[in-house]
Design a protein around this ligand. Sequence first.
Ligand SMILES: [Mg+2]
Length: 353
Amino acid sequence: MPIQLHWIQIPLHEPFRISNGSVAVKDAIVIEYERDGVTGWGEASPMGGAFYSQETPESSWAAIEALAPAVLANPAVDLDSVVEGEAFAKAGVVGALVDHELRTSGKLLCEWLGAAPRPVPSGVAIGLYDTLDELLERVRQYVREGYRRVKIKIQPGWDVEPVRRIRDEFPTTPLMVDANAAYTVSDIPVFRELDRFDLMMYEQPMGRHDLDGMAELSRQVRTPVCADESADSMELVERIIALNAARIINIKIQRVGGIRNAKRMHDRAAEAGLACWVGTMPELGVASAEAVHLGTLPNCLYPTDVEASSRWFTDDILDPPLTIDGEGYLTPRAYTVRRDTLEKYRIRHTRIG
Ligand SMILES: [Mg+2]
């Protein structure tokens, strides 16, 4: 009953830029957990470098190597008692354990979570561009493709004007902005200006720990504030709730250490009256499929950032690949892993146990 780690790298169609960096290749550590003749798959999906988080493929690899013997000895082991932090590594390990349970019982993940299978609306996330014309060209393309909402990245100097130009052309398209923590309370006037464009939400307008700033912004604008980077632990979610720092939580399975913690966060947010949706890092197919299933939970009230595999990646290891139907929805389903593709993109492999 071994655990195998497969570090794969799949090229992106185009580099993805946000306010703090750019990447051109997607790293992921695929975890293969075999027991009693059944194989469960998980994915730890940090970006190369320190893009969204402290975790890197190297640190996740080391953490999973440290976790594996404990998991093999006892699949129900408390991972936090073995390794501190390393949420991405734990998300991958938990994913493989849960997937093993599902494949043993023949259940879908959404059913295991207590939700009914339902189509999950997909929104497109559009990075920063050098010119407004390039941005608008992308928006036109993705609106044509049927995505259920458009999200653009903003940063100081690239905010009101891009939104105004998109709104001029697409007055009713569900639209939102993600600032990736690029603003402070002194920028509240920018968000008061953005308020007139009928946006779905302001995602992470301020720093991860600037919950007072986000609470102040929430008091001064009509558009709901969404916590993304700030929502990385239950402790921070409790503070968000206590301070009224956000009305919406973006749940990312990798960041919170796996599907079990993600479900807990969803339930706590629902209890406190905060809406949720499911974000991405973004991940390859194995982890994205988990996100689609999480998105079937009843308090996930906004479109997910999960998109078709082909939107970002030149290839993927899922069969069938994740696709968006003509109406802009993803379907939660079971899948198999294409082992030939896994080996084609693999740069490192180990077997434990
Ligand atoms: Mg975000």
